[in-house]
Write a new protein. Structure first.
Length: 523
């Protein structure tokens, strides 16, 4: 490439640059997907606690947020080649150590270190990719690709994990990512030169105390939200302590940033109406999207579908997401009003919530589930990229990084809060319905008598009388628990539909308000 200040060597043809960058992005995207996998589904085939998986994911994603505070300074200090080589080699070392240890505490520490390093890789490559794609839609194309992979990549990653577990072990996925990093390392060594994209800025006043405070805030907040239910919330001294630490550190972070001469986060971005509206819609979006954990739980617990079978069904959701992403790309490209896109997206997403509420039957068919999965995928595909662009479009150049940090932080909090809300809501409703249903465990109830006698007769063929009674009661209790779970999910998904429909109404009202205001001033 002969472009002045190009970071690629002169012998590299321009027509292969984008392909080379996409190959180099693969290991970063693989790690990113490891933090976006569905915790309920992942725990089901890894035989781990759902809360532990979710906390691990939240911890890594929280470190992404912290990493963004440092990336801008590193990006202006190191040249691109050295920066990428350093981050890639560190990732290889961390991944290799992960393959050698099963110690949970060590893995948590490695996750904390890996979070910023993983995000650094992507944050370096995305601007280069945008710059390499010629045309006015380069940013839209890059963001659509990135967020499309974030929406769908967890399914592909889960398939790879499944293949590794069935044929090798869980370390094989880490070895695969290491190999991809080695390939990326070779690309950086042979394809890149030492040119800079920006003038060098000395690495001073990094405001590390602010980064440290944010790290503690996110970690303690995630601990409260993920483990609160398990520890009976504020009855546990651990939850109380973590909550106090979260609040105190958050307050200190705000105070430190407001009084700092060189803040790492500019709070004036929150004065933008678009940013605030985007934050609210992102929260609603992720709350609705978090419901997929409940779907996979019902598939596993009630419908008894094998996880290999569930894995294949997920690709209906992938197909819907791809269609939604393509539709969003076309609408943004044609300058369709963002509010119109959000209206379409939330109508589709809330409709999928209503659809799901009608298929929670004791024994449902795949043909009933797949359209709902596809519809949910379309809705999230339509919304994701436009929401990000909507927030960024109002940002001034000097606070652009803060808007990106806001978006990443919102994804962290909404994902974790959504998980917590749905898990606790499901526990409350299931417990309530099970309590009321136990009234049917009465000898005078004809339905109970008929089911008990039928099951007892079946069990008594192969078991003694006492064992038959115990097995029969246990089977009836399992049926009761499953029925309570189904009814609870019906209520939850109808509440989610109401939330989504409320967002739709709010968007319509705002569009009408904006129309009348503009019409008033034009007349």
């Amino acid at each position: 490439m002969d472009t002045p200040n190009s970071i690629f060597n002169k012998w590299v043809p321009h027509n292969i640059v984008i392909s080379v960058l996409l190959i180099a992005l693969l290991p970063h995207l693989m790690i990113l997907m490891m933090f976006n996998m569905n915790s309920t589904f992942t725990a089901s085939f890894l035989d781990l606690e759902v809360d532990d998986i979710q906390f691990l994911f939240s911890l890594g994603y929280g470190m992404f947020v912290c990493g963004l505070f440092l990336h801008i300074r590193f990006f202006h200090y190191f040249n691109i080649r050295n920066y990428l080589l350093l981050m890639t080699m560190l990732n290889i070392v961390i991944l290799f150590i992960m393959t050698l240890s099963i110690n949970t505490q060590l893995l948590l520490v490695l996750r904390i270190i890996q979070g910023p390093i993983a995000i650094f890789e992507g944050c370096i490559l995305y601007p280069i990719l945008i710059h390499s794609i010629k045309g006015k839609n380069s940013r839209l194309i890059t963001y659509s690709f990135l967020y499309g992979f974030m929406l769908t990549g967890d399914k592909f990653t889960t398939s790879i994990v499944k293949f590794a577990i069935e044929n090798y072990n869980q370390n094989m996925i880490l070895y695969t990512i290491i190999v991809l990093h080695v390939v990326a390392l070779l690309i950086y060594v042979f394809f890149l030169n030492h040119n800079r994209m920006f003038p060098k800025v000395p690495l001073y006043q990094l405001n590390l105390p602010g980064v440290f405070l944010m790290m503690i805030t996110l970690t303690s907040g995630a601990f409260v939200l993920v483990y609160g239910k398990k520890n009976y919330w504020f009855e546990s001294p651990y939850i109380v302590g973590a909550f106090i630490i979260c609040i105190v550190c958050a307050g200190l972070f705000i105070l430190q940033q407001v009084t700092s001469k060189r803040p790492i986060y500019h709070f004036e971005v929150l004065k933008s109406k678009r940013v605030i509206a985007g934050v609210i819609m992102f929260f609603m979006f992720y709350l609705l999207r978090s419901s997929m954990s409940n779907i996979y739980q019902v598939m596993s617990v009630v419908w008894k579908w094998p996880w290999e079978y569930v894995l294949n069904i997920q690709y209906f959701n992938v197909a819907g997401s791809i269609l939604g992403l393509f539709s969003a790309y076309q609408m943004v490209k044609r300058n369709v009003d963002f509010l119109t896109i959000f209206l379409i997206g939330f109508i589709i997403l809330s409709s999928s919530m209503l659809y799901f509420s009608y298929i929670f039957l004791p024994d449902t068919k795949v043909e009933y589930v797949t359209p709902a999965l596809f519809l949910e995928g379309v809705g999230q595909g339509v919304l994701f990229t436009p929401l990000v662009l909507y927030m960024l479009s109002s940002a001034k150049p000097e606070v652009y990084a803060s808007v990106l940090q806001t978006g990443t932080a919102i994804r962290f909090w909404t994902t974790t809060i959504g998980y917590s809300l749905l898990q606790n809501g499901l526990l409350y409703l299931t417990t309530k319905h099970q309590f009321y249903m136990t009234t049917n465990f009465d000898q005078s109830n004809s339905v109970y008598q008929n089911q008990f006698e039928a099951l007892f007769s079946k069990n008594s063929i192969t078991h003694l009388s006492d064992e038959s009674t115990s097995l029969t009661v246990g089977t009836l209790k399992d049926k009761l628990a499953n029925q309570a779970l189904l009814i609870s999910n019906i209520e939850i998904f109808r509440i989610l539909f109401a939330i989504g429909f409320t967002v739709v109404i709010a968007i319509i009202i705002y569009k009408l308000y904006r129309f009348f205001i503009s019409h008033k001033y034009t007349t």
